[in-house]
Each structure stands twice: as structure tokens, then as C-alpha cells.
Design a protein. Sequence first.
Length: 122
Amino acid sequence: MEAPIPFWVIFSCYCSIGVGTLFGGWRIVKTMGQKIAKLRPVGGFSAELGGAVMLIGTAFFGIPVSTTHTITGAIMGVGSVQRFSAVKWGVAAKIVWGWILTIPAAFLVAAVGYHCFSFLSR
């Protein structure tokens, strides 16, 4: 039988997610809604519908995906259908680089956190 997850771990995760959303969530919403491509309501609806269908399909097959990555791709798709130059590809490239760098950065932060806090589980 596995040991239960300590309360301090659960609580610190909740706090980290909440603080991250508080300080960075508005930037993500602004980037998605205004900086990748200017969408009209029909374009927004189409992007959301495309993202939802994709997420339902991946959930059905058990494929793990990020909802943010999915909707970003859908917004780029709708913008590029209007006209290819409607998408701000420089902003899109920065987003993709952020995704690529997220995994190794999370690895490093987790490793440092483990070494700093491993004494708590003893």
C-alpha cells in the first residue's frame, strides 16, 4: 500500500497553482484573445469548437494533451484561414519556444525542490 500524500505537499501545490494563476493568468488570456490573431465572434466560436472536438477525441483515446496548446493551435488555424498574415507568427514562435523550454525548466525546478525539501519526508 502506498503512503498517502502529505498535506503540506497538497497545500503547497494548491498555493503554487493559485499564485501562478493570479500573477500570470491574465497574460495568457490577453495573449490568446488579442495577440495571436484578432478573431471575430464566429472565429472564436470555431476555435473553441475545434479545440473542444480535439480534446474530446484525445480524451477518448487516452492521449494526454494540454488544453492551452490545443486552443492556441485552434486560434492559429482560424487566423490563418482568414489570411495567413493575420496570425502574428512572431508571437506564435515565442509561445512554441516557451512550450519547448517548459519541460526542462520544470525538471530543474522539481529537482532543486526535491533536494531542498526531501528532509521533510524523513
